[in-house]
Ligand binder design. Structure first.
Ligand code: HEC
Ligand code: HEC
Ligand code: HEC
Ligand code: HEC
Ligand code: HEC
Length: 274
């Protein structure tokens, strides 16, 4: 059987769906002998086999709402196939990025997943029209607005106008959205780069200071362990003071060159106890 004769067979009982299908782009093309378009089993059988057609409300049915985008994607996410028909928008990708699809995925209960829009809520089910057909529910702001209004009461033309469809915002297409996105991207990168620079500069300055103080301590002939305190620890710390009036604590734990120093004349080191 061909895809067309298969549809005709299903149509002997499902007359209503068959008529609608014939009036849409898939059915029209099928009638012209184009085997690339969707016939009944492409959307109603998980294996495209007429013997495994399952009910629409079966959880795994290709026509069950949460699976519809994947069902359409089997053809509409095929770039080569779509290029043959001059369909350039990445419809599946852009839909998967959209608020509606994210909300379907994040919905906790089926009831809250399934009230969101998928492909067929905007394009229709059996009578899907070409995006060049003025009768399509997504063509022209007036049609588009009434499509949105099915679920967004009182949405109106302005609401529909702001919708990008499957297009990316660009300087030609909804420039305001494009420029806002660009502005925030540049802002984010600049702020992040600045933060990294400030931290890097602080680390460099800190290391230089530490190194200098260490060198000063070691080179200073007056530096000597403070025998009176007797605080040399197990780690080999040497408490001492250098001629510059700074009290220093050196560790010579291998690999760690570190010293803490404080001015002797600072209030916490009061004279005679040392
Ligand atoms: C592009 C995909 C697609 C094609 C092609 C398709 N259907 Fe459907 N069909 C669906 C979806 C999705 C539903 C569920 C509709 C809903 O949720 O309201 C459905 C529903 C149905 C139903 C249940 C009753 C109803 O109308 O909701 C029948 C019966 C049916 N289709 C038969 C057919 C027949 C026969 C053909 C071929 C002539 C066909 N379908 C082609 C997607 C498709
Ligand atoms: C001999 C008549 C007949 C033919 C041919 C036929 N169907 Fe059906 N189909 C029915 C009937 C009757 C039901 C309703 C069964 C029920 O509700 O228990 C049904 C149910 C369905 C359903 C489930 C609808 C729902 O509400 O979930 C789908 C989908 C479907 N058919 C698609 C097809 C497809 C696709 C073909 C062609 C491959 C086809 N049918 C061929 C008679 C037919
Ligand atoms: C919220 C509504 C909405 C949903 C959901 C939606 N579309 Fe669309 N679609 C549109 C609009 C509006 C257009 C026409 C403007 C455009 O091309 O961006 C369109 C255009 C198209 C086109 C023609 C593109 C071209 O380059 O000519 C295809 C194919 C299509 N959609 C398929 C899909 C598929 C497949 C899905 C689900 C994965 C889907 N759409 C989901 C609104 C929607
Ligand atoms: C078996 C493959 C197949 C499946 C499944 C399929 N389509 Fe299509 N569809 C096509 C092909 C091929 C065309 C191009 C027909 C043409 O332009 O002549 C097309 C055309 C379209 C168009 C018109 C594009 C334009 O040029 O404006 C829309 C909209 C569309 N499909 C939506 C859907 C949606 C929504 C679904 C899922 C419910 C779906 N299709 C499932 C193959 C498929
Ligand atoms: C099948 C029903 C349905 C259709 C059709 C539909 N939407 Fe939605 N949309 C929803 C639901 C449900 C939400 C989630 C509302 C919420 O949770 O706040 C939503 C949310 C949105 C949001 C997110 C912001 C908000 O208002 O919550 C935007 C934007 C949106 N839709 C635009 C559109 C546009 C534009 C159209 C027409 C092209 C459209 N929708 C068609 C059901 C739909």
């Amino acid at each position: 059987m061909t895809k067309l004769s298969l549809a005709e067979k299903c149509g002997t009982c499902h007359e209503y769906q068959y008529k609608l299908h014939q009036s849409g782009i898939h059915g029209e093309q099928l009638a012209k002998g184009n085997p690339d378009v969707a016939t009944c089993v492409d959307c109603h059988s998980p294996t495209q086999n007429p013997h495994s057609v399952i009910r629409v409300l079966e959880y795994n049915a290709p026509a069950y709402k949460k699976n519809i985008a994947q069902t359409c994607a089997s053809c509409h996410d095929n770039e080569e196939l779509m290029a043959d028909y001059g369909i350039v928008e990445k419809v599946y990708e852009s839909y998967m990025r959209s608020f509606h699809e994210k909300a379907i995925q994040l919905g906790t209960y089926e009831a809250t997943q399934l009230d969101k829009a998928t492909c067929t809520n905007c394009h229709g089910v059996h009578d899907i029209k070409s995006a060049k057909d003025p009768g399509s529910p997504v063509v022209g702001v007036a049609n588009l607005a009434s499509t949105c209004e099915q679920c967004h009461p009182g949405a109106g033309v302005e609401f529909a106008k702001s919708f990008l469809g499957h297009k990316e915002a660009s300087p030609q297409n909804v420039a305001a959205a494009h420029n806002t996105k660009r502005f925030f991207t540049i802002l984010l990168v600049t702020v992040a780069a600045f933060a990294v620079m400030v931290v890097a500069m602080a680390i460099v300055r800190f290391s230089i200071n530490r190194w200098r103080e260490y060198k000063d301590g070691c080179n200073n002939k007056d530096f000597r362990p403070d025998k009176s305190s007797g605080r040399a620890s197990k780690l080999g710390n040497i408490l001492g003071y250098a001629g510059d009036g700074r009290l220093r604590l050196h560790t010579d734990v291998p690999g760690i060159l570190y010293q803490v120093s404080a001015r002797l004349d600072s209030p916490i080191f009061s004279h005679s106890s040392w």
